[in-house]
Design a protein around this ligand. Structure first.
Ligand SMILES: [Zn+2]
Length: 63
């Protein structure tokens, strides 16, 4: 699993040891596509606060 290979946020570099809550973000939104959902190349590990920022960008872009 990607989270174990990358125990830190790829965006700001905070690690779980720093108290960050790490989450998996999909570079391309899978939208129900299981191939995209489980594709390791489509996954990045980010902390919860960066995840909110990235998701906010995507929502703004799709509007
Ligand atoms: Zn972060």
């Amino acid at each position: 699993m990607k989270l174990k290979e990358t125990p830190f946020c790829v965006r700001c570099g905070i690690s779980r040891n720093d108290g960050a809550q790490l989450e998996v973000h999909h570079l391309r939104p899978p939208r129900g596509d299981e191939t995209l959902f489980f594709d390791p190349d489509n996954l990045v590990v980010v902390c919860s606060s960066c995840h909110k920022v990235i998701t906010g960008y995507e929502i703004a872009r799709n509007r």
